[in-house]
Write a protein that binds this ligand. Sequence first.
Ligand SMILES: *Cc1c(COP(=O)(O)O)cnc(C)c1O
Length: 420
Amino acid sequence: MDHFTYRDGVLHAENVPLTAIAEAVGTPVYIYSRATLERHAQVFREALSGLPRKHIAFAIKANPNLAVLKVLARQGFGADVVSGGEIARALAAGMKAEDIVFSGVGKTRAELQYGLDMGIGQFNLELEEEGAVLADLAHAAGKTASAVLRVNPNVDAGTHAKISTGKSENKFGVPISEAKAIFARLSGRPGLNLRGVALHIGSQLFDLGPLEAAYARIGELVRELRGEGHGIDRVDLGGGLGVPYERDKVPPSPADYGRMVERVTQGWDVTLMFEPGRVIVGNAGVLLTRVIWVKPGVTHPYVIVDAAMNDLARPAMYDAWHDFEAVRPSGEKIVAHIAGPVCETGDTFAMNRTIDVVRSGDLGIFRTAGAYGATMASTYNSRPLVPEVMVDGDRFAVVADRIEPASIIAAERVPDFLQD
Ligand SMILES: *Cc1c(COP(=O)(O)O)cnc(C)c1O
């Protein structure tokens, strides 16, 4: 459920007509609904209420905007981060260091050190050598790093190849078959408290089967590790729950997921860590855009909008679907293609899509743009960096400025040898 609904024929975010935001801020612009964010956070938390010990760390790569993080911090969420920059953001949003999980396949020594200095609650190790380096850095600082080992359970999550992370050929985690040997070598090292295991098999999951199979394997691994004398008190179950990009394709609900987790983790006697991203923010955001032209096409017209692949990369990157709707729909429909102004054929949001009739100057939205949207934006084609707005009831605020090309040009230098 979200708070982007039509009232008197005009699409609103909570109580604010999107026409008002377009007028005040211009387009394209991302719009987040605070009430939707809060609702999603509460639904996810309630879905896990039957579990005795758990911690929810929002995967902030899905939407690292400070205002969004602030809302989630107030809901008691920590952060799952994958870089030093994301640590800085989580802390800036008021999240506690001990509530931060540091994932990421290529943490540098400097980032590990920064994480230690800040007192990060859990390091998710991606390889044995990383564990050894972390132990040494921590020991040298007179600290003990709390860590878990990310394993790759070799399951096919059944999602798009570019967001599948739990197959043996993917770059993430250590093969589950090697986990015991790595544990034996790393645990007991001064500076390291290796206390559990982690997994994350992919994103936009629509089938709980592969997740349940992966979790069951992890449960088996926990028993084996305990059998070898390791004290295991944490298991990180990752994120990955899908969201409905197309209204008639409904993913498993957080409640379905929670029931599955309760069933499969019965008797584990650990703190369960969760790293949801998309499911929290996906439907809490839309990308508002204005139609520049409706260009006649050979089969169907091209609706050329002022948002492009540099603002919302998912269609170009993952062949992703985003519903398009007019802000003031007339009720008429046409079949059209929707594309942005960037000089790439891939800058196409939809082909042969039945959409609301729109004309030059009309406003429209791409739905479900709150996750992996603004955060992947670039300035390709020297376009401005897209701004972000948060709505809260009757009010709204710009929560990220539009960065104009002039500011970006100002950060570039023409060297002496090119001055004439
Ligand atoms: C991306 C990622 C997540 C979040 O994935 P979603 O599909 O957005 O829920 C969680 N954990 C890790 C390690 C990730 O890389």
